[in-house]
Design a protein around this ligand. Sequence first.
Ligand SMILES: [Zn+2]
Length: 94
Amino acid sequence: MQCKRLQSLIRDWYQEVRSYTLAPLKMMELVEKHIKACKICQEDQDLSLELDQLRELIRVPHSFPSIEEISSELEEPEYTYEKEEIEEIEEEEY
Ligand SMILES: [Zn+2]
């Protein structure tokens, strides 16, 4: 990364992503916005590779639970409750 401006911007944005005040995808949008307006970044041959590494770094923060974990936490108690209700109704009918 040759552009000093982008280096400091990424450092600032990365801190915001880490403290959950900036979405990772929003950060990449801001990075691309800067590159479009910056001659140094446009001529930087290694930049796209470094941005790929950055994407991997910020897209899935380690302390975030995955979507699967969240949905199973929400669905499991509800499922158990529904199952109990159905069994009660069946007992009354027979
Ligand atoms: Zn730049």
